[in-house]
Design a protein around this ligand. Structure first.
Ligand SMILES: *[C@@H]1O[C@H](CO)[C@@H](O)[C@H](O)[C@H]1NC(C)=O
Ligand SMILES: *[C@@H]1O[C@H](CO)[C@@H](O)[C@H](O)[C@H]1NC(C)=O
Ligand SMILES: *[C@@H]1O[C@H](CO)[C@@H](O)[C@H](O)[C@H]1NC(C)=O
Ligand SMILES: *[C@@H]1O[C@H](CO)[C@@H](O)[C@H](O)[C@H]1NC(C)=O
Ligand SMILES: *[C@@H]1O[C@H](CO)[C@@H](O)[C@H](O)[C@H]1NC(C)=O
Ligand SMILES: *[C@@H]1O[C@H](CO)[C@@H](O)[C@H](O)[C@H]1NC(C)=O
Ligand SMILES: *[C@@H]1O[C@H](CO)[C@@H](O)[C@H](O)[C@H]1NC(C)=O
Ligand SMILES: *[C@@H]1O[C@H](CO)[C@@H](O)[C@H](O)[C@H]1NC(C)=O
Ligand SMILES: *[C@@H]1O[C@H](CO)[C@@H](O)[C@H](O)[C@H]1NC(C)=O
Ligand SMILES: *[C@@H]1O[C@H](CO)[C@@H](O)[C@H](O)[C@H]1NC(C)=O
Ligand SMILES: *[C@@H]1O[C@H](CO)[C@@H](O)[C@H](O)[C@H]1NC(C)=O
Ligand SMILES: *[C@@H]1O[C@H](CO)[C@@H](O)[C@H](O)[C@H]1NC(C)=O
Ligand SMILES: [Fe+2]
Length: 511
């Protein structure tokens, strides 16, 4: 499993071990993984016992924040956080809850400056497709995940999509917010993460293309709006919000593949700057998407850009994850790099300036539409959205729209603007191709940036552009994509509060 090691070698601020964190350098006292495995069977309560002196290690490498991702239809990556470094991150797994007969290991236990955690990554291979596996990491209670359907499996299924979902509760969206926050969540309304947990039987996996924890809002949200985090608490604040989010999301991500893309709130410690605080206040480790690079382990060829652009197949759909924040080809700039619209100072992650678009061209050209008739592209910043002209990402339009249209991409899903909006099939810089969803000849753009975070929702821009068919700016929401067969795809904006359908369309398209 080379990818994260490669990332660690590339990203300058990722420290190689040995590194002493606040707990001192904690390494597992181990001989070889296999000699323990027979002592690691779960007991009647589903708790796995270690085959060595657990007392010493307790709390240092207990697993938390477990998250999984598809790795083809025969693999799964399992990632988790610990308070110390694991020499041999290990996953025990099997097809029965009570016998985790197999072991997968790696040497990838990494961190970055100022993180209070280590991130452990293991890839399980040679699994059966669409099969439930039970697993345990570092003494965690037994969990289960289900592997992906292979490309060509035409069984109908549903995927869930969320964007811009920060922490909920004390360090994020909650009902008792200051009065300048629009649409604070009503008291006791089910929030989006609770809804995803409650409806876990309704979807097979989750895609979250950007803006995860909003840990970079430790100043804006937490200091200026009355939490106990202070300016001297940068490290604590950033870590506390990340912990809140990743603890919450693990309830889903430990059981369902959780595929991610990058957003601006992954970039640095302060979203580029807030009031008198510039990006320069960010301590080492809290710039250049470092946390995002270290925490996730998306599929790819092992290069540093893996979590930023990649693709995967599930059943009858091909998913392309693209990156609006870095690595646009010259003369354009990703939004968060020097020269980009966000006024940030981050760096590209690709090996060369056209790395991302070259990948996208090659990837979309190689899709077999017999196997995966549907092609869905997901990225963070939208250009067709019910937002003011200056809030549309026109560099993204210039770079990506021609590629998507040439490849007959069916649907583009984005967020960043905190509302929901749906376009007609649209192309060529805002030309409506047709005003219905029957045999469209251009992509349909679905923006759902309304999963919810501290800042509430954004106001929709009126009058609606000609290409916007529907918009709503008062409802917290997640999206469901249901693939019926090769000709019918339904998208629903779901209300997180009561799980009602706010808006639904079915695209009928012969592939
Ligand atoms: C476990 O490690 C702790 C800390 O080093 C030590 O105090 C304790 O005696 C050890 N217990 C056993 C059973 O070895
Ligand atoms: C670590 O895990 C063990 C076994 O599940 C548990 O007893 C212990 O309380 C955990 N420690 C911490 C600090 O979470
Ligand atoms: C796990 O291993 C045990 C002992 O070899 C065997 O009896 C059992 O059938 C295996 N379980 C699975 C699910 O393979
Ligand atoms: C595994 O079995 C234990 C004990 O019966 C149970 O508590 C736990 O929920 C099971 N885990 C899964 C993932 O089914
Ligand atoms: C929210 O739930 C709590 C606990 O169930 C209850 O005491 C409170 O009255 C509820 N608030 C509202 C506004 O419904
Ligand atoms: C803020 O308050 C929470 C809960 O009251 C507490 O757990 C946390 O340690 C506090 N943080 C700081 C920096 O004081
Ligand atoms: C990001 O990384 C680049 C390359 O390592 C470095 O030159 C730059 O200073 C970093 N940016 C910030 C804001 O730290
Ligand atoms: C596409 O997939 C179909 C169905 O699996 C297969 O018959 C066909 O040969 C594939 N086409 C190419 C170009 O690989
Ligand atoms: C799209 O149209 C806008 C407004 O006319 C213009 O500023 C922009 O350059 C155009 N973009 C492309 C890629 O043609
Ligand atoms: C959809 O729009 C196209 C282009 O205007 C038109 O030819 C077609 O009849 C419409 N289809 C339906 C079902 O309304
Ligand atoms: C948004 O949707 C809700 C629920 O359907 C509705 O009550 C509200 O009026 C809508 N708001 C706007 C601005 O469309
Ligand atoms: C595809 O699914 C749609 C929606 O369920 C259904 O109406 C249609 O008949 C299906 N087409 C085929 C060829 O099965
Ligand atoms: Fe964003």
């Amino acid at each position: 499993m080379l990818s994260i090691l490669a990332i660690a070698a590339v990203a300058g601020s990722v420290r190689a071990a040995p590194w002493t964190n606040e707990h001192g350098l904690i390494e597992r006292d181990q001989t070889s993984a296999s000699s323990w495995s027979n002592q690691w069977q779960p007991d009647a309560n589903g708790v796995v016992h270690y085959g060595f002196n657990a007392t010493f290690n307790q709390g240092y490498w207990n697993a938390s924040q477990i998250r999984t991702a598809y790795r083809g239809c025969n693999g799964m990556s399992v990632s988790w956080s610990t308070n110390g470094r694991n020499v041999v991150p290990t996953v025990l797994y099997g097809t029965s809850n009570s016998s985790l007969n197999w072991t997968a290991t790696s040497s990838v236990s990494i961190t970055y400056e100022t993180s209070l955690k280590w991130e452990n990554h293991v890839v399980l291979e040679n699994l059966e497709p669409n099969t439930k596996y039970y697993y345990s990491v570092c003494g965690s209670p037994v969990n289960s995940f289900t592997t992906a359907r292979c490309a060509g499996d035409m069984t109908p299924y549903t995927a869930a999509v969320v964007v811009d979902m920060g922490a909920m509760g004390e360090y994020g969206l909650r009902h008792n917010l200051p009065s300048d926050i629009s649409n604070p969540i009503p008291a006791n309304q089910t929030n989006t993460i609770q809804r995803l947990v409650a409806q876990m039987d309704d979807y097979e996996f989750v895609v979250h293309p950007g803006d995860m924890a909003y840990a970079d809002y430790w100043v804006k949200e937490q200091v200026t709006h009355g939490s106990n985090l202070t300016l001297t608490d940068q490290v604590l604040g950033y870590n506390a919000i990340n912990d809140a989010f990743f603890n919450e999301v693990a309830e889903v991500a430990s059981k369902k593949a959780y595929m991610v893309g990058v957003g601006n709130h992954e970039a640095n410690c302060i979203n580029g700057g807030y009031k008198q605080y510039p990006e320069a206040i960010c301590t080492a480790g809290l710039t250049n998407f470092t946390e995002y690079k270290v925490r996730w382990n998306m599929p790819g060829d092992g290069s540093a850009s893996n979590n930023f652009w990649y693709s995967f197949d599930v059943g009858m759909a091909h998913y392309l994850i693209f990156d609006t924040e870095t690595d646009l080809p010259p003369p354009y700039y990703g939004a968060d790099v020097i020269g980009g619209v966000a006024g940030m100072y981050e760096s590209n992650v690709g090996a060369y300036p056209t790395a991302q678009v070259d990948f996208i061209k090659q990837d979309l050209a190689s899709v077999n539409r017999t196997q995966t008739p549907w092609v869905i592209a997901m990225g963070h910043r939208p250009w067709y959205v019910s937002a003011a002209p200056e809030d549309r990402f026109m560099s993204g339009l210039a770079v990506f729209e021609p590629l998507f249209e040439a490849a007959n991409v069916d649907v583009v899903m984005q967020g960043h603007v905190h509302l929901i909006s749906r376009s007609y099939p649209v192309h060529q810089n805002g030309t409506v191709q047709q005003y219905n969803y029957t045999e469209p000849q251009a992509p349909v753009y679905l923006v759902n940036g309304a999963a919810g975070h501290y800042d509430g929702l954004d106001k929709e821009y009126t009058p609606l552009y000609d290409y916007i068919a529907f918009a709503n700016d008062t409802m917290y929401s997640y999206s469901k994509l249901t693939f019926h067969n090769s000709t019918h795809l339904t998208h629903q904006f779901m209300a997180s509060g009561d799980n009602s359908v706010i808006d639904a369309i079915t695209i009928e398209k012969t592939h």
